[in-house]
Structure formats: structure tokens, C-alpha cells
Design a protein around this ligand. Structure first.
Ligand code: KG4
Ligand code: ZN
Length: 341
């Protein structure tokens, strides 16, 4: 079964063709990050307008790269939430238009489920190794969710962020440190030259809960930078790259250690057989290393470009659904605050 996956929930216009949920025939991602970088975050109005411009060329390119014609496609899956309303609408309406005009099955996919199903793309088969139940961590720009996956389509939310998401902590931290957007890759890059002289930063924990909280850590970073009089008032100074690298590296360590520790606590409480990592923050190399070093169970994490938003993960999630439910969803609407589990 050959499916198109369409993803426009945030600032990536992404379309992919996926065969039988596992094999990527094409995967085109048009990122807008440069358009938003001057603002240090995503501007919803700019994002939706740009999706409108790019969606049809990206669909055409994904089809061309898969060497298929639209009439060889068996179904279309599209993200209908969570995400920015205006951005989601562009993807959903494009998918409806394509599906109606070519009489193709249409399916609405939860973006978070897409991040989980990215782990089925490629060599690994989490269903047979390690098998269910699996603990899923989705750490992205909008979410830090711990989701227990007991089988296909069976999800239970057991922890989430109370304030900032992990990706948001990276993005806001990067802004405080005078780095670019998106902040995660910038902090990862500059942290490589940081050394161990910098005092460490707090590991935020909410007692008796598997919820995350990153806003206090962000404030601690702000206080440290203010304490050194970087950038701010009249006697402010611009730090050199090495000084920024030291602080960035302890900030990254604190975020990563917090995520890994809490996720592994969930792993042991729920006696799961493995962990799936997904979402843009799962592209972080320190996070991947730490999970592999510390996890007592198998860790499955997609290659970095499948951790950030893409259409292939939506194509994969669609296939796993369509195996059980045939569905035309003409009346589908976007649900910006959609949850999973
Ligand atoms: O999943 P994603 O592409 O979009 C959302 O669904 O939000 O995640 C984007 C987030 C951004 O906050 C970005 O800074 C973060 O993922 N990110 C990273 C890395 N690459 C992207 N964070 C840490 N390290 C990275 N290498
Ligand atoms: Zn995402």
C-alpha cells in the first residue's frame, strides 16, 4: 500500500510517500526556519502563508521523487492536530482537495502519533523487538509527553510538561544566550567546545509526579547571564564564544539529564520492554548518547531527520491505522489542541 503523508502543523511543509508503513519512497521537507529566525520563534501568520505557497510544489516533488503518479497512491494521511490552526488548515485542505479530486482514501493523523511511528520507518521493528508495552517520549517544540504504548493505537498519557516544552527550553535558552533559531541545534553545536569548569544547573523535578517543568531552568539561565552582565544594561558586554559554550553546555546537560532520568523512572514504574524517542529534541546527540548509556531496556530512536517534523512519520502512522480501519474523513476539521492518550 502506497500512502502520501502530509505534515504542516508547525513551520515545516513536509510531504512523503511511504510504502506499507515502513519504507520511505520520498521525503520532502521545506523548512521555514530562516523566515522565523529574526523573530526568535515561529510567527503563525507567516507560517500559514508560507505553507500555502509551498504545499503544492512539495506534494508534486514528493510524487516525482517516488516515481509514482497520483493515481498509483492508495491513501492520504494528514496531520489534523495538535499544532498551529492556520498551518494545519493548509495541510488538511490540500489533502482533502487531492483526495476528493482523485478519489483516494483520506485519513487524519495525530501529529504526536506520527512522532511515535517514525520509529517504524527503516530497519527497526519495535512491534517484534522489544515488543509492547513501550514507553514513548515525545520531546518537541510544543510537547514533552511520556506516553505508554500498549499496542497499535493504544496510548496512555502518563506525564507531560507543566509549562515550557523541552524544545521551547532549548529555543528560549538559545535566545538568552544570543544564539540563533531553532535553538536546539545551535545549543548542541556550541556546547561541543564547552568544558567542565562551569557550575552545573538545576535539574527540575515535580515531587511524586512524572510531569516535566522547564521554566525554572530557563529562569536560572537568565539569572546567570544577568549576573555576568552579558548583553543587558549600560555596562553590558558581549561574551566570547567560549564563555557562551560553557554555559550552553551545562544548560543542555541539565535539560538532557532531567528528560533521561524521568523517562527511565517511567520505564521502571511501568515495566516496559523498550523506549521510543521522538520529536525534534530526540535529534539531540547528548540525549541519544545518555539514553543508550543509561537505559536498562532497548532504546529506539529514528535518525535525526526523522525526529524533526516530516511527512514520512505521518505516512507510517496512517498505514498502521488503515490496517484496522478503512476511512474517508471528508468532514475532518483541524484540532489545534489535540492530545494523545
Ligand atoms: O518535532 P519538531 O520538529 O517540531 C514540533 O513538533 O515542535 O521539534 C522542533 C523542536 C525545536 O524546539 C528545536 O529547537 C528542537 O526541536 N530541536 C532540537 C534539536 N533539533 C531540533 N533540540 C535539541 N537538540 C537538537 N539537535
Ligand atoms: Zn513535531
Amino acid at each position: 500500500m502506497k500512502l502520501i503523508g502530509i505534515e504542516t502543523s508547525c513551520d515545516e511543509t513536509a510531504v512523503s510517500v511511504v510504502e506499507d508503513g515502513r519504507s520511505i519512497l520520498s521525503n520532502v521537507v521545506a523548512t521555514q526556519s530562516e523566515m522565523h529566525s529574526d523573530f526568535g520563534g515561529i510567527v503563525p501568520e507567516v507560517a500559514s502563508r508560507q505553507h500555502l505557497v509551498t504545499i503544492i510544489p512539495v506534494v508534486n516533488r514528493a510524487l516525482a521523487e517516488s516515481n509514482l503518479e497520483i493515481n498509483q497512491i492508495d491513501g492520504i494521511g494528514v496531520t489534523y492536530g495538535p499544532g498551529l490552526a492556520g498551518s494545519l488548515l493548509v495541510g488538511v485542505n490540500a489533502a482533502k482537495g487531492l483526495a476528493i479530486s482523485h478519489d483516494i482514501q483520506l485519513y487524519g493523523v495525530n501529529h504526536l502519533e506520527g512522532h511515535i511511528y517514525a520509529s517504524w520507518l527503516g530497519e527497526e521493528d519495535p512491534e517484534s523487538d522489544p515488543g509492547f508495552p513501550i514507553m514513548c517520549l515525545i520531546a518537541s517544540g510544543g510537547h514533552t509527553d511520556l506516553i505508554l504504548m500498549e499496542g497499535h493505537g493504544q496510548f496512555k498519557l502518563i506525564g507531560r510538561t507543566r509549562d515550557d516544552a523541552a524544545g521551547e527550553a532549548f529555543d528560549k535558552g538559545a535566545r538568552v544566550l544570543g544564539l540563533g533559531f531553532p535553538g536546539g541545534p545551535e545549543i548542541q553545536r556550541i556546547s561541543r567546545s564547552g568544558s567542565g569548569e562551569e557550575p552545573s544547573m538545576p535539574r527540575p523535578r515535580i515531587k511524586g509526579s512524572l510531569d516535566f517543568s522547564f521554566s525554572g531552568l530557563k529562569t536560572a539561565l537568565l539569572r546567570r547571564v544577568e549576573g555576568r552582565r552579558w548583553y543587558s544594561d549600560s555596562d553590558a558586554r558581549v561574551p566570547d564564544d567560549l564563555e557562551v559554550a560553557h554555559v550552553a553546555s551545562v544548560y543542555q546537560e541539565a535539560i538532557v539529564d532531567t528528560i533521561v532520568s524521568l523517562t527511565l523512572e517511567a520505564v521502571s514504574s511501568y515495566k516496559v520492554k523498550g523506549v521510543i524517542l521522538g520529536g525534534g529534541v530526540a535529534a539531540n546527540s547528548l540525549l541519544r548518547e545518555e539514553f543508550n548509556k543509561r537505559s536498562p531496556v532497548k532504546v529506539i530512536v529514528p535518525e535525526p531527520k526523522l525526529c524533526t517534523d516530516n511527512g514520512a512519520m505521518i505516512g507510517s502512522a496512517t498505514w498502521f491505522h488503515l490496517r484496522h480501519e478503512a476511512s474517508y474523513q471528508w468532514n475532518m476539521d483541524v484540532v489545534p489542541s489535540l492530545r494523545l492518550g
